[in-house]
Design a protein around this ligand. Structure first.
Ligand SMILES: Nc1ncnc2c1ncn2[C@@H]1O[C@H](COP(=O)(O)OP(=O)(O)O)[C@@H](O)[C@H]1O
Ligand code: SF4
Ligand SMILES: [Mg+2]
Length: 358
């Protein structure tokens, strides 16, 4: 089994303060996909990085938000954490319950088995992720069977317990998903994630498919469950208003890299990377207590093709603050205080606008 030194320091991840609080330290993690080109893929194969050299730490009991436009690599990073993908490079240093640390990135299928119970996911779309031919008992109980954790009466009791926990009546366990509303189906999805009593939950766009009215109920449920069960969340979303509601800290992703990281309130009130500012400026603010010092304008241009990222700072073709060197020199992640950082040459000097409580 591959073990790693949990307290090894590294310089480019501010959240990576060496401490027993860190449940998962993602270190220099990259994921490359093969691309076929030409007729039937016969003329050549190229590869590109969907995730590139990501350093992030997730502390026990916190919610870390991962935000960025569609296609920037959020789902790929989440799937690496879940070990649905085997990362091409890097470490996933996971602190087990007994305090020892294991590198999940290097484990084989069999060695990963014990961690399948501990690291679980909530799927985005409760309509397509629930098998319509399975009852609630089968859907929610399946991870217990697959992971050899319970069967028979014990399995039924565990399913009843978790259904109650997510606000569903255990009497419904013989029903099929079509009998439930969108919000209830997402509760079923959450029950399926929690039935194995996980330690880390990766929620990827878990409320994006829901109506606004149901969304806040599910967010509140996730918050309550976290407190009750001491869960740690990696919460992936393209939606900054949802991130603001739920997350303690936020990592902003652009073209496979983390470009800014910080405590949620700090990042929203004082963004340090022009990309974060652009996302905030495009944010509709349904909460009248929030205001921005700048006019709401959509983010200009499209996300470039990750298979041929722009040179220098990959954000430079869209950045309103770009200078000559931005097109040639790739910026490093500059630490800004104890737990924040931004990947911009001018992170120290730019005065960017955020949203504030009025
Ligand atoms: N299995 C895959 N094979 C090849 N390319 C992929 C695969 N999954 C995602 N991609 C590509 O990787 C990039 C990042 O995708 P993804 O992680 O889904 O981003 P996000 O979740 O932020 O929208 C996109 O360009 C996407 O097309
Ligand atoms: S390095 Fe230059 S292009 Fe990149 S975000 Fe900073 S100012 Fe903009
Ligand atoms: Mg995604």
């Amino acid at each position: 089994m591959t073990t790693v030194n949990a307290d090894r320091s590294h310089t480019d991840a501010p959240s990576g303060a060496a401490s027993a609080d860190v449940l998962l330290r993602i270190r220099n993690l990259s994921m490359r996909f093969q691309l076929s080109s030409g007729f039937l893929g016969l003329t050549g194969r190229t590869s590109f990085h969907a995730v590139r050299e990501v350093n992030l730490s997730i502390r026990r009991g916190e919610t870390l938000g991962l935000v960025g436009e569609s296609g920037c690599g959020k789902t790929t990073l989440g799937r690496c954490v879940l070990r649905a993908y085997k990362p091409t490079h890097g470490e996933l240093a996971y602190r087990r319950e007994d305090g020892t640390v294991v590198d999940l990135a290097r484990l084989g299928r069999g060695e990963l088995r014990p961690y399948r119970r501990e690291i679980r996911t909530v799927f985005q779309d409760p309509n397509s992720s629930l098998n319509p031919r399975m009852t609630l008992l089968q859907i929610v109980g399946e991870p217990l069977l697959v992971n050899d954790l319970a069967r028979g009466a014990e399995l039924r009791d565990r399913v009843a317990e978790v259904l109650r926990l997510v606000g569903l009546r255990p009497e419904y366990m013989r029903r099929y998903p079509h009998a439930f509303s969108g919000g209830e189906r997402q509760r079923i999805g959450i029950a399926r994630a929690l039935v194995t009593r996980p330690r880390l939950v990766v929620a990827d766009e878990a409320v994006s498919a829901l109506d606004v009215s149901v969304r806040s109920q599910i967010l509140n449920l996730l918050e309550d469950l976290q407190e009750q069960l001491g869960l740690t969340y990696l919460f992936v979303s393209h939606d900054l208003s949802v991130i603001r509601h739920l997350c303690d800290r936020v990592a902003v992703m652009y073209l496979g890299r983390i470009v800014e990281e910080g405590a949620t309130d700090d990042l929203f009130t004082r963004p340090r990377h022009p990309y974060t500012e652009s996302l905030l400026r495009a944010l509709p603010l349904p909460d009248p207590r929030l205001r921005s010092t700048k006019k709401r304008v959509p983010l200009r241009g499209e996300v470039p093709d990750p298979a041929s990222p722009p040179p220098g700072c990959t954000f430079h073709p869209r950045c309103p603050y770009a200078q000559g060197r931005c097109a040639t020199d790739e910026p490093a992640l500059i630490p800004l205080g104890r737990s924040a950082a931004a990947r911009c040459h001018y992170a120290d000097s730019l005065q960017l606008a955020g949203v504030t409580d009025s």
